[in-house]
Ligand binder design. Sequence first.
Ligand code: WTA
Length: 645
Amino acid sequence: MLGQMKSEYAPEEQVFYPDLSFSTRANVRDARIYDWAGMDYENYWAEEAKKLHWYQPWNKILEWQSPFAQWFVGGKLNACVNCVDRHLNSWYRNKAAIIFEGEPGDQVVLTYQDLHREVSKFANVLRGLGVAKGDVVTIYMPMIPEAVIAMLACARIGAPHSLVFGGFSAEALRDRIQDAEAKVVVTTDGSWRRGKSIPLKQNVDNALVSCPSVEKVVVVRRTGCDIYMEPNRDVFYHELMKEAPLTCEPEVMDAEDTLFILYTSGTTGKPKGIVHTTGGYLTGVTSTHRNLFDLKEDDIYWCTADIGWITGHSYIVYGPLANGATVFIYEGAPDYPERDRFWELIEKYRVSIFYTAPTAIRLFMKWGESYPQSRDLSSLRLLGSVGEPINPEAWLWYHKHIGGERCPIVDTWWQTETGSVMVAPLPGLTPTKPGSATMSLPGIAADVVNELGEPVKAGESGYLVIKKPWPSMLRTIYKDPQRYVDQYWSRFEGMYFTGDGARRDKDGYIWVLGRVDDVINVSGHRIGTAEVESALVEHPAVAEAAVIGRSHELKGQAVSAFVTLREGIAWAPELEKDLKSYVAKKIGGLARPEEIICTWELPKTRSGKIMRRLLKDIAEGRTLGDTSTLADASVINQLIRQMEA
Ligand code: WTA
């Protein structure tokens, strides 16, 4: 049936309407919410904020000195209290907050009461190590409950956390610790990946050789691998927790106090520390989590993202826990020990809401439907997608083989910078089209504009922008407010520029097309081309490098690198291998180039700018775009011959 639809209709003409049995019970049922929120977005968000626990109400909803925003000015609250303590006054205290399964199959269930105790104890531990309000704590951990506990403990005492994804290398970790001037690092001995222990603590040791700000390292025992413990610096989590008091007075935080910093890739080599504050961020993630995922009391909610990315922050930790959800967390890979691991877990824990990335869906498609078919997925009632554009084929496969044609799919467009979802359907209201994130959520003013900042007409493409401030927006780039202004608010007057291109269809639906800047999206992970280029040119064999993202069937995009070598160095397959490992060592496995192409010269304009657009055309095997500005056309002809060989 779906196969037929695919061939008969263009994707944008396939429309899926919410099922009546779903929409009559949905958390959001009244389409007028868009109008109310649109007429008075400040009060819309203030009503959402009132659902949180505040020590002291705000005296002004929004202070907007473009492009600097303050939301809920003068309000006081604590994010950890909202995610944990608040649920202790009802039967929720005995509800599972976290259900965890580790890669080896070990299980942990923490009720809200348990979570409260563990978080309070670890908050006391951190205070005991000298962490005070405003001190940054770097967290470099796998997907285990202690990672959530560490985040919430930081929030409890007002110490901004800075998570670094466990797949980042020691050098990438070092840069992020140095920029944040972290006082304490929380890590594990190792992390499980397909039966092997990845040496996280060793990476921390290597990073800390040049991080003078770090006074203490807390180590959680996870894999039991051998590690070095530096006297007077490194301490074991389990030892400190043994003696920690059970209760911990939370810090009363201003709505605008920093909750966390999260580094993301931009258009320059240096990662940006995105700053999120307490009141607005928590309002945005809590409200969108409740509405988008239609969260009910008895749902088992699973978001497969890693906690080290924004999706993990907003939709594993802060949004779900503030809503009192039961969050399932899994440590390992989807194909270990077997390719049905995720479906086995859904069957075993009766997961009802499942939120994952298109890159994972494409992988599942490739493995074939026999894996999900062999498991009982009838507990699922809603599916989500995030991280990159979802191709209609993957959407339809997800709908049919995972959702059993009964689960609405919410394709959620957003960014580290936006904090919470901006463009997505409301599952009980919005008809969906495979491949489109549909429209702005209530209270959000996303639009597609042309070069001049004017809205595009139906059927046209342009740039995705957001025209009004929103509570969970980034406030600045850590220690670099000018970069914040330049990066996001300078391209179009008075609008936030997302860096994404998008198309508007005849029904006004938004189709996100992907990045229009020098950021590559590999398997839903952001990588700056400049970061990879600077890693490559640090290698003694490389003279110059140009990196592009080329389309890739599974990953969405793959890193493709073009290099020229220094005098006297000859190209060899070993050198290509060596360069790939070099990038992985400098940044992390996620940045490892798919291929490295050696050329005698990079295609440049007469003013010396590398023409990445042409390299992309070459890598993707397309006819070349405009080559008239090339300084030397023979460079390109040579490259094409090389690629064909
Ligand atoms: C892309 C991840 C299309 C986009 C939450 C954005 C998407 C970047 C979608 C942010 C989606 C994310 N459809 N593209 N549903 N979701 N993107 O900061 O290019 O890791 O700018 O945040 O991912 O990536 P980030």
